[in-house]
Design a protein around this ligand. Structure first.
Ligand code: NDP
Ligand code: 2IT
Length: 456
């Protein structure tokens, strides 16, 4: 698909001229605008009020210096970001990514996706994202704490429970969220639900840790069933081995699938007997080690080293034979060659757990070959949806049971699938869940922007 609508084309070209170096951001915008063509054609007020040019520009971008002292006493400097993209339907909401490759363009892509994802959850949350080019990998707990305290010492003035509510993303898990929350509370002298993914003893929600991975599988299950298929007896590949991947592995297994491969930035493992998520959790969450260590627990498993490959192209995992693929690592981790391998292996579907894991060429190939395909903004929305549930619990100063939260999460994922399907049908693209997700998410935000006038 290409952007042929003249209004959308002019907005995109203007963006390209202005932000040419922000490749991931442009990729995310192009994908959304392509899908919005029938909507813009049917709703002239969108162009009259210049909604598209407004929605691709963040309401506010904050960049700041983060200085901290390492264990050797040396002063280190990183760059911090928070992009407050869109608050039309609720306070800015979205995670923080701590990874050395982070740039403003990466945070803008993630923030832009978050607008539509959050709208799809059915909960009142606007879109935002933040992070830093600081990588917790290889740092001591004390270094991570000092970095988080310094980062929050600047960020705190821009956020708040009704203003902007960060959470985790790559490199930001329970440890980092704890340090960030502690510093916020200390500065403002208030205990509020300013960040989600908190520990259970200080306002966190049960099932938030599991939510993104579980949600991916609930979404995939709904889409598979709607197409007369299921996880039962299927071979599953889950890329990555972090928060999303670990719990996608657990839920896919519970639903009757067999997870045969998982990965990290060093390589991937294959276990024909099915990977036990508890082993991954132990290696990654407790030991903070490499996935290769899986062989110490299961000597019959295979390990394929990918350290020699260019950064970000650990894609060998997609050549393994599987029926269901759940990319849960990072953006652009599944390219055209990977898509071709997946198709040649006879897979039935690719359901995205990470944000924008498939390149646009890969998406076109997968859809062209008739595979089921769901975009991250729909199938990974369970994480932020459960963050929304954490905010509700914080507001009413109550905590719900695991079963209550899990049941709400499952219901939300099924509703997202139904809404995406419905939107795709309404705009003449039946079965195209990618188009449906972009359209349904966009319409909710656009209608709120239209109603609120041209204040920003
Ligand atoms: P984590 O930092 O917990 O885990 C990321 C995992 O992916 C790590 O195992 C990492 O390996 C691996 N990885 C990263 N890049 C590559 C690569 N090129 N090839 C192979 N493996 C790779 O992050 P999350 O699990 O939280 O996030 C994963 C994805 O899901 C991201 O795209 C994130 O934006 C998205 N997401 C996260 C949500 C959440 O609630 N956490 C919600 C919705 C989406 P290594 O251990 O070597 O670093
Ligand atoms: O990409 C995402 O949706 C997240 N990292 C989770 C955001 C959140 O606010 O829970």
């Amino acid at each position: 698909m290409a952007i042929t609508n003249s209004y959308l084309k002019s907005v995109y070209e203007d963006l390209e001229a202005r932000y040419g170096e922000q490749k991931e951001f442009l990729q995310a915008v192009e994908e959304v605008l392509e899908c919005l063509q029938p909507v813009v054609a049917a709703r002239p007020e969108l162009e009259e009020q210049n909604i598209i040019a407004r929605i691709v520009e963040p309401e506010r971008v904050i960049t700041f210096r983060v200085s901290w002292v390492d264990d050797a006493g040396k002063v280190q400097v990183n760059r911090g970001y928070r992009v407050q993209f869109n608050s039309a339907i609720g306070p800015y909401k979205g995670g923080l990514r701590f990874r050395n490759e982070v740039t403003l363009g990466m945070i803008k892509f993630l923030g832009f996706e978050q607008i539509f994802k959050n709208a799809l959850t059915t909960l009142p949350m606007g879109g935002g994202k933040g992070g830093s080019d600081f990588d917790p990998k290889g740092k001591s707990d004390a270094e991570v704490m000092r970095f988080c305290q310094s980062y929050m010492t600047e960020l705190y003035r821009h956020i708040g429970a009704d203003t902007d509510v960060p959470a985790g993303d790559q490199g930001v898990g329970a440890r980092e969220v704890g340090y960030l929350f502690g510093q916020y509370k200390r500065i403002v002298n208030q205990f509020t639900g300013v960040i989600t993914g908190k520990g259970l003893s200080f306002g966190g929600s049960l099932a938030r840790t599991e939510a993104t991975g579980y949600g991916v599988c609930y979404f995939a299950d709904a889409m598979l069933r709607d197409n007369g298929k299921s996880f039962e007896g299927k071979r599953v590949i889950v890329s990555g081995s972090g928060n999303v991947a670990t719990y996608a592995c657990q839920k896919a297994t519970q639903l009757g699938g067999k997870v045969i491969a998982m990965s990290d930035t060093s390589g991937y493992i294959v276990d024909e007997n099915g990977i036990d998520y508890k082993v991954i959790k132990e290696i990654k969450e407790v030991k903070r080690a490499r996935i290769k260590e899986y062989l110490n627990y299961v000597p019959t498993a295979k390990y394929v080293d990918e350290t020699g490959k260019a950064k970000g192209v650990c894609s060998g995992i997609w050549t393994e034979k599987a029926d269901i693929c759940l990319p849960c690592a990072t953006q652009n981790e599944l390219d055209l060659a990977s898509a071709k391998a997946i198709i040649a292996n006879g897979a039935i579907g690719v359901f995205e757990g990470s944000n924008m894991p498939c390149t646009s060429e890969a998406i076109a190939a997968l859809k062209g070959a008739g595979l089921l395909y769901s975009p991250g903004k729909a199938s990974n929305a369970g994480g932020v949806a459960t963050s929304g549930l954490e905010m509700s619990q914080n507001s009413e100063r109550l905590s719900w049971t695991f079963e209550e939260v899990d049941a709400k999460l499952k219901g939300i994922m099924e509703t997202i699938y139904a809404n995406c399907k419905q939107a795709a049908e309404t705009y003449g693209m039946p079965g195209d869940i990618q188009a449906g997700a972009n359209i349904a998410g966009f319409l909710k935000v656009a209608d709120a922007m239209l109603a609120q006038g041209i204040a920003y």
